[in-house]
Design a protein around this ligand. Structure first.
Ligand code: PLP
Length: 389
């Protein structure tokens, strides 16, 4: 049996007719950049997310860069980011010659550690970028409280979390000042290339985002400010419009797959429950946990499982073994920012962020995409049990 980490073909096959038609329609219109297809997608996303403004952009990375430019981040400004995330979260800060101030992650959720944010705030801090890693919301109440106290912007990196809800039922990306999304093909809502979205409920910020998306000209060719080319193309917008109505059903399937994995791991005696943070003889596999979900039906914390991440002792050995059995996995993320060569000037060393280092050394992403069947999930857990026992 083959279990790839991700297979986009079944999703395409299920929507092939609509997707092909949408792309042809763009070809016939010869209207390729921004335009009516993008506006349609922006309106649909704004409504889906419950955001006042949704603005299509060229990628998730550009969404973050544009967001920082919109709040006028200057050289030397400090922006608090987690050390354990996808590179773009910190890379965009450095590209503006601002300073990414690295923070530890929470051992249960993998998201930014609230107490460490408090320790890292200085008079130069301008913004916090919480990342809703793997599809689960960061602790936004606490983050917004800190931001209010210190007059900071909050830019949510929701690249892995379109459709994720915080415990108050709000969509992530609409809680901070700006939300950033990615339509990269491997994200839960992927287009046919690069694409992204920024959201905000602030009219003034929305205006700046829109102007800086096209070089900062307002009117065209007259520049009070400098922006970039952060334009989205119409084909990508058309693809997103076709797929968006199906997103919730895909998220439900991902959640069902996650629940099945969890049940199987516990039944196999490899773990006692979700959310354990220490490997021991009864927990040879640490399972991801959707926090707060148990509280009540009105209190949500809707985890969309962009990834299902386990942590194990001999991660690299397990990965090799699974690969030999045709099971695809990935390591997110093997090197936290504080140990990346390009961030050496931040002055960190090994041991500075033990939780993040533990995650980087032990995490393994298992196949979780919606179209997987039960036999495939059973096979994955069986093979993991074989290796560990
Ligand atoms: C994918 C991702 C990005 C970047 O999105 P792109 O569309 O690939 O540029 C940023 N942050 C996180 C956490 C991501 O997973």
């Amino acid at each position: 049996m083959k279990v790839p980490l991700l297979d986009l073909k079944p999703q395409y096959q299920s929507l092939k007719k609509e997707l092909d038609e949408a792309i042809l329609k763009v070809a016939e219109s010869q209207y390729f950049i921004l335009g009516p297809e993008m506006k349609k997608m922006e309106d649909a996303c704004a409504e889906y997310l419950g955001a006042k403004h949704a603005i299509g952009v060229s990628s998730g990375t550009d969404a973050l860069l544009l967001a920082l430019m919109a709040i006028d981040i200057q050289p030397g400004d400090e922006v608090i980011v987690p050390t354990y995330s996808f590179f773009a979260t910190a890379g965009v800060v450095s590209r503006l010659n601002a300073v990414p101030v690295l923070t530890e992650c929470d051992p249960v959720t993998f998201n930014i550690d609230i107490e460490d944010i408090k320790r890292k705030i200085t008079s130069k801090t301008k913004a916090i970028i919480p990342v809703h890693l793997y599809g689960q919301s960061s602790e936004m109440d606490e983050i917004m409280k800190i931001a209010d106290q210190h007059n900071l912007f909050v830019i949510e990196d929701a690249a892995q979390a379109i459709g994720t809800q915080y415990k108050n039922g709000k969509s992530v990306g609409t809680i901070g000042h700006i939300g950033c999304f990615s339509f990269f093909p491997s994200k839960n809502l992927g287009c046919f290339g690069d694409g992204g979205l920024v959201t905000t409920n602030d009219d003034e910020i929305a205006k700046v985002l829109t102007i800086k998306r096209v070089h900062g000209g307002e009117p065209k060719y007259y520049h009070k400010v400098i922006g970039g080319n952060f334009r989205l193309d119409a084909i990508q917008a058309a693809v997103v419009s076709v797929k968006l109505p199906h997103l919730d059903s895909w998220s439900e399937k991902r959640r069902a797959n996650a629940a099945r994995y969890t049940k199987l791991f516990i039944a196999a005696g490899l773990a006692e429950e979700t959310g354990k943070v220490k490997l021991d003889s009864k927990n040879k596999v640490l399972l991801p946990k959707a926090v707060y979900e148990h509280l009540s039906s009105s209190v949500k914390n809707y985890h969309i499982y962009n990834q299902y991440i386990i942590r194990v002792e001999d991660r690299d050995g397990l990965r090799d073994y699974l690969s030999k059995n045709d099971i695809g996995t990935e390591i997110y993320y093997p090197v936290p920012f504080h140990l990346q060569e390009c961030f050496a000037d931040l002055g960190h060393k090994k041991g500075d962020f033990p939780v993040s280092e533990f995650c980087a050394n032990s995490s393994l992403a298992l196949p979780i995409y919606p179209e997987l069947n039960d036999d495939q999930l059973n096979f994955v857990v069986e093979k993991i049990a074989d290796f560990i026992k």
